[in-house]
Ligand binder design. Structure first.
Ligand code: FCB
Length: 463
């Protein structure tokens, strides 16, 4: 089977800090990613998001690009410090205007706006007050959500509260390879909780302000965790608890998994979870956003051999895997993308089928999937990225297989529309189906963009 269901939503995705630039224009305040990228040594080659893809100034051109691709949806994120510079108080009108124009421009082209409220750019003032480990940040986030619901709620079709809170909590506060570069495991678990709580409060705020038929969602980078052998079942359970059930539990079931609390007892007593918090985090959602790049392979560490930590998030840094000292993250067989991530689409099928089994009433949507490759420019001036076409084809086939197996998957968004600022890796890692020339900012379609346009138009994969 190569055709997708009728009404399957095809899109591309970006995030504010990765594409917008204009970091200090029209009243935008600093975010933790400005601070991070301006700190020498934290981002490869000293790259920053100051200019990024200059999307802020090239909005019309990029809207036309989306129109030409023929996608039915566009997933973007709103920069919190652009619309509410210090993370509290009144809306910054010029910043908000940008998103008004974006949303209207999408609708004029018949493209559904899918807005993510938080793709990692916390206003710096809120981090100065303690950041996500502080409970008040969840309340601030809900207030920001309410303001956005009031301003854009009549036109945004799908709201995604958080993007990959796994990264915000564990890479931001435990391993420190992301902003705000803190390495405090106990604070990371408090951050995790306040992200879950903030998500629930934001959904409540959006429900009371946005259009009645707007869909509510959250995007999780769920890990498909496998063990090397049957002896590794407990390592799988621990990683799954931290990576997946730490979010799925409160958000979809209204409770943290008991085993997660027990596993991490030496790090925190979880006293930051107050009565009613788990219920508040658990708001009815319309669709669950899933980001997938590759699976995760673990093994129980024997305590003697050199411990492998190849989880794909900067090997050798402090661990994002709190209280998993006895778990190894094993390097997986290739082929690999430029990120060093192995290519294995079977994990996506298995993950979607697991979600269907565990949460039969919750439709899913792939809110990110894609790959970085070397992308040399050929003599003809074009990028013939057969490797990316192959990656996308494999993963879309995997989605199709999950649908055939009973999974209710509603849509798919390629990461990314265009080459952009890949966080701590800077611009060296190119994920776009459209190339961005860093000197001229010129956008050029790669072969994968032409391929994707055809898939979208046909609503099926080529034979
Ligand atoms: C995800 C992020 C996205 C992008 C891809 C490659 O973790 O959500 O912004 O960087 O990885």
């Amino acid at each position: 089977m190569t055709a997708f269901p009728e009404n399957f939503l095809w899109g591309t995705a970006t995030a504010a800090y990765q594409v917008e630039g204009a970091w200090n224009e029209d009243g935008r305040g600093p975010s933790i990613w400005d601070t991070f990228s301006h700190t020498p040594g934290l981002v490869a080659r000293g790259d920053t998001g100051d200019v990024a893809c200059d999307h802020y100034h090239r909005l019309e051109e990029d809207l036309d690009l989306l129109g030409a691709l023929g996608v039915g949806a566009y997933r973007f994120s709103i920069s919190w410090p652009r619309v509410q510079p210090g993370g509290q108080g009144a809306v910054n009108r010029p910043g908000l205007d940008f998103y008004q124009r974006l949303v209207d421009g999408l609708l004029a082209r018949d493209i559904a706006p899918v807005a993510t409220l938080y793709h990692w750019d916390l206003p710096q003032e809120l981090e100065d007050a303690g950041g996500w480990p502080e409970r008040d940040t969840a309340a601030r986030f809900a207030e920001y959500a309410r303001l956005m619901g009031e301003a854009l709620g009549d036109r945004v079709r799908t709201w995604i509260t958080l993007n990959e809170p796994w990264c915000s909590a564990y890479l931001g506060y435990a391993s420190g390879v992301h902003a705000p570069a803190r390495t405090e495991p106990a604070a990371a678990l408090a951050a995790l909780h306040h992200l879950n709580l903030g998500h629930g409060l934001a959904v409540q705020a959006l429900r009371s302000t946005a259009a009645k038929d707007a869909q509510m969602s959250v995007t999780l980078n769920l890990h498909h965790v496998r063990g090397v052998s049957d002896r590794d079942a407990d390592a799988v359970r621990r990683a799954d608890a931290l990576a997946n059930r730490a979010f799925l539990g409160p958000m979809l079931e209204g409770a943290y998994p008991r085993d997660l609390i027990a596993d991490t007892a030496a790090v925190t007593d979880w006293s930051f979870v107050r009565d009613g918090d788990e219920a508040a985090a658990c708001q009815p959602l319309d669709v669950l956003g899933v980001n997938y790049y590759n699976p995760t392979l673990v093994r129980a560490w024997d305590g003697a051999s050199a411990r492998e930590t190849a989880d794909g998030h900067q090997d050798g840094a402090a661990s994002p895997w709190i209280a998993c000292e006895d778990v190894e993250f094993v390097r997986q067989p290739g082929p690999y993308t430029e990120m060093g991530w192995n290519i294995d689409e079977t994990g996506l099928t298995e993950l979607l089928l697991r979600l269907q089994r565990d949460y039969p009433d919750m439709p899913t949507m792939i809110t990110e999937n894609g790959a970085a490759f070397p992308d040399p420019v050929s003599a003809d001036g074009l990028v013939h990225d057969a490797d990316r076409v192959d990656y996308l084809h494999r993963h879309l086939s995997a989605v199709n297989e999950a649908i055939a197996g009973g999974a209710d998957v509603r849509g798919y968004f390629v990461w990314s529309l265009m080459d952009n600022f890949e966080w701590a890796h800077g611009y060296a890692k190119r994920f776009g189906i459209v190339r961005v020339n860093r000197d001229t900012m010129e956008r050029t379609w790669k072969d994968s963009a032409h391929w994707y346009r055809d898939v979208v138009a046909a609503n099926k994969l080529p034979a």
